[in-house]
Every structure is written in structure tokens, then in C-alpha cells.
Design a binder for this molecule. Structure first.
Ligand code: UT7
Length: 357
């Protein structure tokens, strides 16, 4: 069977820099709190109504294509990971297809809804297609326009200060060198804690999951006999129940457990250990999480790429942005063993082990 490799990678972040001090002007938070708890100093926000999750993805994709030596029209299949899509439906896969002008060919487009681990999940799906010879140029893209869907009042501060906008893209191709490419991917999920980090409204749940969990389910829905149904209720609008929510400490504890587990699992599958690793690209959730994982794996500072300080958490985009930055900085060279790892909402977590080149 063939092996797949990342033939080209690119990223795009919007120009507008939003520093912690800018957020201090609009909500009750401090630069010290944000830096101490997360490591974040600034993040980027896209130009409202001009940039979208799709346009940023297209910008990152054009760079990845150029570096892979292909044109966007050569892409056979698109896998798009995001939690902040332009539309509820259709997904961003078809929108980026149109944005890139790939409409003369009926390529396939698939949207992945796995939040922070979305890019690694998408990469794993692409890997299966390439290894089986189904497709030759698969676009794997993670992109987020978080700034359009955050609560900028003090109520939302525990979530809002963390997230930023951006996109990263990779072109996966068959590798002509059997020693190079994706060695292993590991994917996991546990829906038990689905609501611990979630964006639940609008949706069709009607309080169902909360009732099952024994939690408050009254979101002000009309009586069941009312014809039709509405996604948004007045209560949701009044109380801002249409924003993401997170039980930070709970998520943190799970993250520091699952990150190392899934990395060791991929290494083991490839018959390798953490001593063989040249570079770890962790999903940029929190600098403290990355530092914990680094210690657990016994890696030096220069073996872990962190950019959360400058970009915040860009969810599905964070791994390809960090991978691309590390590669552009010359920190990933031909033959290096690179591990990508993520944990987040779902919960879902995943890793991918690659021999670069
Ligand atoms: O990417 C997907 C996966 N996500 C993660 O892995 C995130 C994991 N969790 C975390 O990174 C951390 O839990 C956070 C950074 C989200 C929060 O840090 P924390 O140390 O766990 O803080 P906390 O939520 O326990 O809140 C501590 C205090 C609270 O005040 P009281 O109750 O102690 O008076 C919060 O209200 O900090 C308060 N707080 C803030 N204060 C200033 C929460 N957000 C803010 C804020 N500014 N932005």
C-alpha cells in the first residue's frame, strides 16, 4: 500500500491584531489573568463581513497548492474542518471549492465537525484515501472565524479571551519514498462529556440531552403541540445562550491526560518512542497544557512548537498553522519525526505521526 505525505502546507491569519489590553477595554479581564492562565498575549480577528472561515481557508490553500506544485484545480477531494462555518449548511467544503474556482470538476467535499481535533481527524481520512490510491491531491483544511461568534461581554470572558481566527491547509499526496509520510494516526472520542465544551444553540435538541442528564432543560421552547419548531427561543436570545460554553478546569484535566496517551499510542504503533521525536505540534489550547505534555514526553523547548502566545486558540486551524510556521522557520527538516496531537470538544482527541519529506 502507498503512503501519503504532506506535499505542501500553508496558513493565513488576518491582519488585525487584538491584544489582551484591547479585550480589557470591553470586558472585565486582565492581561495578567489571560497570560498567566493561557499564555496568550494576542490573537487575530478577521475583517467582519469581508473575511470568513471559507475565504481564510482559500488563502491558506493557495499557498499550500503552490508549495505542493499543483493548482487548486488539481485538487481531487476536499476535507474541511471547522466549528465556525460560514453557513449552518451547506458546509465550508463546497464553499471553498467555489472560492477556489474548482467548479469545472465534480470533486468531492467533506466537512469534519471535530473541533480542536478536526484537522488531525481530517488528515487521517485523507490518508486513507491517498494510501488506497483513491485520490492523488487531497486538500485538508482547518479554518475558524471565531470572532463572529463569541460573547464579548464579561459573561463570556472565560471562553472569549482564548480564541482567535485563522486557517491552515495541507495538500496530501502519495509519497514516492516509502520511508516518508504519515506513519500512524490515532482517533478517539468520548461523548459522555459532550456538553463540557459546547455550542449547543441553535439546534434541534429541544432540551433532550439536558433532561437525560438531569440538568435544566427549559430554554423557553413553545409547547410541544405548537406547529413547527424554532431553533432560537426568546430566552436564548435574552440570556445569550447561543454562545460557546466551557467548563475550563474539567476540560483541562482531561486534556493533560489524553494528549500524552494518544501521542504514546501513535509512537507505539510505529514502533518508536518519544526519544525518536524531533518535533511535537500540539493543538494550541493552552500553553500550560503544552508545557505539561512536553514534560511528560521529556522533550526540550525547541522540540515543541507553540504559537498560542500570538494567535490564541484557533481550534481546527491551530495545528496546520503551527506546523506550517515550524516548517517555515526551518525547524522541521527532511526525515524528521513529527507528531501532531489534539484534544477538545466532544470529547475527541487524536494524533498523527509523520516522517517529514
Ligand atoms: O481547545 C479546546 C480544549 N480547551 C482546553 O483544553 C481548555 C482547557 N481549560 C483551560 O485552558 C483553563 O481552564 C482556562 C484557561 C479556560 C481557565 O483557566 P482556569 O485556571 O481553569 O480558571 P477557572 O475557569 O477555574 O476560573 C478561575 C477564576 C474564576 O473566578 P472565581 O470563581 O475564582 O472568582 C473565573 O470567573 O477566573 C475567573 N475568570 C476570569 N478572570 C479574568 C474566568 N475567565 C476570566 C477572564 N479574566 N478572562
Amino acid at each position: 500500500m502507498l503512503r501519503s505525505k504532506i506535499a505542501g502546507i500553508g496558513y493565513y491569519v488576518p491582519e488585525r491584531v487584538v491584544k489582551n489590553g484591547d479585550l480589557v477595554q470591553i470586558m472585565d479581564t486582565t492581561d495578567e489573568w489571560i497570560q498567566e492562565r493561557t499564555g496568550i498575549q494576542e490573537r487575530r480577528y478577521g475583517r467582519k463581513h469581508e473575511e470568513t472561515t471559507t475565504t481564510m481557508a482559500a488563502a491558506a490553500t493557495r499557498i499550500a497548492c503552490e508549495r505542493a506544485g499543483i493548482r487548486p484545480e488539481d485538487i481531487d477531494f476536499i476535507i474541511f474542518a471547522t466549528l465556525s462555518p460560514d453557513y449552518y449548511f451547506p458546509g465550508c467544503g463546497v464553499l471553498v471549492q467555489r472560492e477556489l474556482g474548482i467548479t469545472h470538476r465534480e470533486v468531492g467535499a467533506l466537512d469534519v465537525r471535530n473541533q480542536c481535533s478536526g484537522f488531525v481527524y481530517a488528515l487521517s481520512v485523507a490518508d486513507q484515501f491517498v494510501r488506497t490510491g483513491t485520490y492523488k491531491n487531497v486538500l485538508v483544511v482547518g479554518s475558524e472565524m471565531h470572532s463572529m461568534g463569541l460573547d464579548f461581554s464579561t459573561r463570556g470572558r472565560n471562553v472569549t479571551v482564548i480564541f482567535g481566527d485563522g486557517a491552515g491547509a495541507a495538500i496530501l499526496q502519495p509519497s514516492d519514498n516509502p520511508e516518508r509520510g504519515i506513519l500512524a494516526t490515532k482517533l478517539h472520542s468520548d461523548g459522555t462529556y459532550a456538553e463540557k465544551l459546547a455550542f449547543i444553540n441553535p439546534g434541534c435538541h429541544g432540551g433532550y440531552h439536558m433532561r437525560k442528564l438531569g440538568e435544566e432543560a427549559d430554554l423557553g421552547y413553545p409547547p410541544v403541540e405548537t406547529p413547527g419548531e424554532i431553533f432560537f427561543t426568546p430566552r436564548m436570545l435574552q440570556e445569550g445562550l447561543y454562545y460557546p460554553n466551557m467548563e475550563g478546569q474539567f476540560v483541562f484535566k482531561m486534556a493533560v491526560q489524553k494528549f500524552p496517551e494518544v501521542i504514546f499510542e501513535a509512537l507505539q504503533a510505529a514502533g518508536l518512542t518519544s526519544a525518536d521525536l524531533d518535533m511535537l505540534i500540539p493543538h494550541q489550547a493552552n500553553l500550560r497544557i503544552s508545557q505539561f505534555v512536553q514534560k511528560k514526553l521529556g522533550l526540550r523547548d525547541d522540540q515543541v512548537w507553540n504559537n498560542i502566545q500570538r494567535f490564541g486558540n484557533t481550534t481546527a486551524a491551530s495545528i496546520p498553522i503551527a506546523l506550517c510556521e515550524a516548517w517555515e522557520a526551518g525547524k522541521i527538516k527532511d526525515g524528521d519525526l513529527v507528531c501532531l496531537a489534539a484534544f477538545g470538544s466532544g470529547f475527541t482527541w487524536a494524533s498523527a505521526l509523520l516522517r517529514w519529506g
